[in-house]
Design a protein around this ligand. Structure first.
Ligand code: TXA
Ligand code: MG
Length: 354
């Protein structure tokens, strides 16, 4: 039985948070909203609880999870040291959508770190997450609250769809604001490297630590080994998804061509696009358009809106039973664009048309 408690996301009820915190302290599994996506929490120093967490998600044991805390102070026992650049980044970006990978102490169970000598930590900004972490007064291991290889949940309903009956409690605080996962920055190696782009952009990080690098595509295999959650086939809908990158009008032409061909062979088609794309999509023809599951995520000039609706679109198209999904790409050079492109490329798992 999975209980659900609804709370006001801006002023979470103390009694409700207290009940959830008690579940966590007792080794239970509690899903809660953060500003990025819903997390599935377990007491990070309780090996059995963390093992149950992996089981509930069907997550392979070699994929480490992020430890969520209410303050920098609570990280001290978990790490070898807090390097000066971590302190500066924390002062600027915490609470918020930034995860730091630091060298860990022996206090952190291997179950959390998948046996790595590092631990990923973050202080989330969402009032519900903050209240829960403060009340539980514990470090909480929390991967995204989805079944392994499904898109991260941005609403409590997504968590319920994946994990009903497998976890103790869901705190429903409404839809999450950002909608894609935190930036993961590795500070453990001497060359600060973004392993996963997110809402804390490269430019923002470089204001504090000028030599931060983005893991390059050629590094992708190494980075995947260091951060197995970065393997392709993550963040994906079940339905095969093709991504159209490059010059927008060109990309849309190819998308329309391929969608029309798929429809002609009896496929059921979903299209994810920006509002500006409606005119280009008209060339599919009215009869075709009536058959297509169309999801407009927002204006291409409003990348935060696009990001916040992406995973919902994946889940809706899966639920609609389409057999192919076609998505227009977004340029990576514009802050949040890098995070959107990263998730779309993983979801496409190699099916990219330029
Ligand atoms: O926004 C988020 O980060 C959400 C919310 C719930 O906080 N959490 C999240 O967790 O996305 P998860 O487990 O789905 O993704 C964690 C990512 C994975 O790519 C994992 O490989 C990486 O962080 N990671 C965790 N520990 C690591 C470590 N010690 N070294 C390198 N990467 C690590
Ligand atoms: Mg995840």
């Amino acid at each position: 039985m999975t209980d659900i408690i609804r709370v006001d996301p801006s002023r979470p009820d103390r009694e409700a948070i207290g009940r959830a915190a008690a579940r966590l302290r007792a080794g239970g599994l509690v899903a809660f909203p953060t500003e990025t996506v819903y997390g599935l929490g377990a007491h990070a120093l309780d090996r059995d609880a963390v093992r149950r967490l992996f089981e509930a998600k069907g997550r392979p044991a070699n994929d480490p999870v992020i430890v969520h805390v209410d303050s920098v102070d609570r990280i001290v026992p978990l790490v070898e040291e807090i390097p000066p650049e971590a302190r500066s980044l924390a002062a600027r970006f915490w609470p918020g959508p930034l995860t730091l990978v630091l060298r860990r102490s022996t206090r952190v169970p291997d179950e959390v770190t998948a046996g790595l000598d590092t631990v990923a930590v973050r202080v989330p900004a969402h009032p519900v997450a903050a209240a829960l972490l403060m009340t539980a007064a514990l470090p909480i291991a929390a991967p995204s609250a989805n079944l392994f290889s499904r898109p991260s949940p941005t609403q409590a309903g997504h968590v319920l769809d994946d994990l009903d009956g497998r976890i103790d409690l869901i705190i429903d605080g409404g839809p999450t604001l950002l909608g894609i996962e935190s930036t993961v920055l590795d500070l453990s190696t001497g060359s600060p490297t973004v392993l996963r782009p997110g809402a804390t952009t490269l430019d923002m990080l470089r204001e504090i630590v000028p030599d931060v690098a983005m893991k390059s595509t050629s590094q992708a295999d190494g980075a995947a080994a260091r951060s197995p959650g970065l393997l392709p086939k993550h963040y994906s809908p079940r339905t095969p998804l093709t991504l159209y990158e490059g010059d927008t009008s060109h990309a849309l032409q190819h998308l329309v061509r391929d969608a029309a061909a798929a429809l002609a062979t009896g496929e059921s088609v979903g299209i994810i696009a920006a509002e500006e794309d409606w005119y280009a999509l008209e060339s599919l023809g009215a009869a075709n358009l009536r058959l297509v599951e169309l999801r407009y995520l927002g204006s291409e000039h409003d990348l935060p809106a696009i990001a916040s609706r992406l995973y919902t679109a994946f889940r809706e198209l899966d639920a609609a039973g389409v057999t192919r999904i076609f998505v227009r790409g977004f340029a990576a050079d514009d802050g949040m664009g890098a995070a959107i492109q990263d998730r779309l490329r993983r979801a496409a798992a190699g099916r990219i048309v330029y």
